[in-house]
Design a protein around this ligand. Structure first.
Ligand code: NAI
Ligand code: MN
Length: 339
C-alpha cells in the first residue's frame, strides 16, 4: 500500500509499505477520503510538539472496514466508518469524568500514532464509528472537524436567545457557525474574518451578518445592533482576540477558545469579573462522533459549504501547499484514495 509519511520535519514522502494487520482490538480501514487540516501542515513543518517522526499524518478520515482483529466481531467487515482520532486510557482522572480528549495518556491518531493518509489504517475498533450508508462518503469525511464544533458548543450551551460572534471563517469557524445556527438556532450570528471570500462562505453556513475585523467595526456593529454578543467563539486563535472578546461580551456572556498559541494574552480580572464572564477552552472532542453523525444524518449540517477541493492522494504536496497559501480560495481539501 501507499502511505503519506512525514519522515522528518519538512520531508513529505509517499512510501510503499506492507498492508498492516489489525491488533486484537483493532479494525483495518480501507481509506476512501481524508481531509487536510492545519495540524497536518504543522506536523509537516515540525511545529507540532506532540508529533514523532516518521509519521503517517491525517486524522480526518472515512473508509470501509476490510479486516478485524481477533477480539472484534467479523460482522463489522464492510461497515462504513469514520475514525475518532482520540485514543484514551480510560483510567485517569479526565477519562473518569468523561473527558478522554485530555487523557493523561492521550494518543491522537495522525499525531502520536500513524493516521489516515494511507490506503489502509489500523485503529482501535471503538474509535471506528459506523456511518449510515445514506451519508455520502465526502460528507462523512468531515465528521471530525464538526466534532470540534460539537465539543466547544457542548461547553458553551447555546440557546435560541444568544447573540453569537464567531472569530475566523476557516474550516473550524465555519463548522462552529453551522452548529450554532443549524443545530442550536442562536438568534443572531455575526462572523468576522479578514478574508472576504471566507466571509461569503460564512453566510452560506448560516451567519446572519459578517464584519471585517478591524476593532472599531465590531464594536460599532454591536452598538448599532443594540445587543452585545452573549456567546463568542474564537476560531481564529490569534492571542489578541481574547482581550477583544472580553471587551465586546455581554454581562453573563460565555467565551469559547480553541487556540494553541503559547503567547500570553492581556486580560484583567476586572474585565472578567465585573461582567461575570465564563471562558471555556476546548480540545479535540470528547466522544462527540455519534452526535455529529446524527446531525449529519438528519440533514442539519452542510458539509458541502466547507469543501473546496477534492484531489487524488498522490497530489498531497499540492494539497498542503494550497491549504497553507491560498486561504481565500481554499477551505476543506479532501484527498481521495483508490476505491
Ligand atoms: P484557518 O487558519 O483556516 O482559519 C482561521 C481564520 O481566522 C482565517 O480565515 C483568518 O483569516 C482568520 N483570522 C485571523 N486573525 C483574525 C482576526 N484577528 N480576526 C478575525 N479573523 C481572523 O484555521 P482553521 O483550520 O479554521 O482552524 C482555526 C484555529 O483552530 C487554528 O488556530 C487551529 O489551531 C485551531 N484548532 C483547534 C482545535 C481544537 O481542538 N482546539 C482543532 C482544530 C483547530
Ligand atoms: Mn482536524
Amino acid at each position: 500500500m501507499k502511505s503519506i509519511v512525514i519522515s522528518q520535519p519538512g520531508v513529505l514522502e509517499i512510501q510503499q509499505r506492507e498492508i498492516p494487520q489489525p491488533a486484537d482490538d483493532e479494525v483495518r480501514v480501507k481509506v476512501i477520503y481524508a481531509g487536510v487540516c492545519g495540524s497536518d501542515v504543522h506536523i509537516y513543518h515540525g511545529h507540532n510538539p506532540f508529533a514523532r517522526y516518521p509519521r503517517v499524518i491525517g486524522h480526518e478520515f472515512f473508509g470501509v472496514i476490510d479486516q478485524v482483529g481477533r477480539d472484534v466481531m467479523p460482522s463489522r467487515i464492510g461497515q462504513h466508518v469514520v475514525i475518532d482520532p482520540v485514543v484514551s486510557c480510560g483510567q485517569c482522572y479526565p477519562c473518569s469524568v468523561g473527558r478522554p480528549n485530555v487523557c493523561l495518556n492521550l494518543q491522537v491518531i495522525g499525531v502520536h500514532r500513524d493516521g489516515g493518509f494511507s490506503e489502509f489504517a489500523c485503529v482501535p475498533a471503538s474509535n471506528a464509528h459506523i456511518v449510515p450508508k445514506t451519508i455520502p462518503a465526502l460528507h462523512a469525511a468531515l465528521v471530525e472537524p464538526f466534532s470540534i464544533a460539537a465539543n466547544i458548543t457542548a461547553q458553551l450551551k447555546p440557546t435560541a436567545q444568544d447573540v453569537a460572534l464567531v472569530y475566523g471563517a476557516g474550516p473550524m469557524g465555519l463548522a462552529v457557525i453551522q452548529v450554532l445556527k443549524k443545530v442550536f438556532g442562536v438568534a443572531h450570528l455575526v462572523a468576522t474574518d479578514r478574508i472576504a471570500s471566507r466571509l461569503d462562505r460564512a453566510i452560506e453556513c448560516g451567519a446572519d451578518q459578517v464584519v471585517t475585523n478591524q476593532d472599531a467595526y465590531l464594536l460599532d456593529y454591536f452598538q448599532q445592533y443594540g445587543r452585545a454578543p452573549t456567546l463568542i467563539v474564537d476560531a481564529a486563535c490569534h492571542p489578541a482576540i481574547l482581550q477583544q472578546a472580553i471587551e465586546l461580551a455581554s454581562p453573563a456572556g460565555r467565551i469559547g477558545i480553541m487556540g494553541f498559541s503559547d503567547a500570553p494574552c492581556m486580560i484583567s480580572q476586572k474585565d472578567l469579573t465585573s461582567k461575570e464572564l465564563a471562558i471555556f477552552s476546548s480540545r479535540l472532542n470528547s466522544a462527540r462522533f455519534p452526535q455529529v453523525i446524527c446531525w449529519m444524518g438528519d440533514g442539519k449540517l452542510n458539509p458541502d459549504a466547507l469543501i473546496t477541493h477534492k484531489l487524488d492522494f498522490n497530489q498531497v504536496g499540492v494539497a498542503l501547499h494550497l491549504f497553507e497559501n491560498e486561504p481565500a480560495e481554499c477551505c476543506k481539501i479532501l484527498l481521495e484514495f483508490p476505491g
